[in-house]
Write a protein that binds this ligand. Structure first.
Ligand code: CMP
Length: 139
């Protein structure tokens, strides 16, 4: 079924000018970018967005990394968009990501891994609402 997911092109990727190359991979996977904007997350925004990871040892570093430069937040739409985007992103750790995936091609390491994608349709709805107003989603 047609579904929406939330995506972030992370600071390691914007710094290396990879937004277009990553968008090309998403579009080749039949994901449509129905909303997109570039912003620089504040510490408070990154902390709240990643609150689910607050107890993890990597949380502080993650917040520092995600606020280290601009990101591009996106809403992707397509058939089974959540699962399809996770497939095309590849594993969190680029060393474990399948060849051809975004992380295998572009990620620097497990933290600076170029992209984020929602892990469920429920979380996608929460993450989309955190960054976008309904009027900004143009399917
Ligand atoms: P993301 O999919 O955005 O979700 C949590 C992020 O934490 C992850 O991608 C990485 O950027 C970062 N991270 C850093 N270290 C780890 C780790 N050991 N396991 C999972 N995520 C990590």
């Amino acid at each position: 079924a047609t579904e929406r997911t939330f995506s972030i092109i992370k600071p390691d990727a914007t710094r290396r000018n990879l937004t277009g190359k990553i968008n090309a991979v998403l579009e080749a996977a039949d994901l449509r970018i129905i909303a997109q904007k570039r912003l620089h997350m504040t510490q408070a925004q990154a902390e709240t967005f990643y609150a689910v990871h607050a107890a993890r040892p990597f949380y502080r570093d993650l917040v520092t990394f995600m606020t280290s430069g601009p990101v591009v937040v996106q809403v992707l739409e397509g058939d089974n968009a959540v699962a399809r985007n996770r497939e095309v992103m590849g594993a969190t750790d680029p060393k474990k990501a399948d060849p051809g995936t975004i992380r295998a091609q572009f990620a620097e390491n497990i933290e600076a891994n170029s992209v984020h994608g929602s892990d469920s349709a429920e979380n996608a709805a929460v993450e989309i609402a955190y960054f976008f107003a309904g009027i900004e989603l143009v399917g």
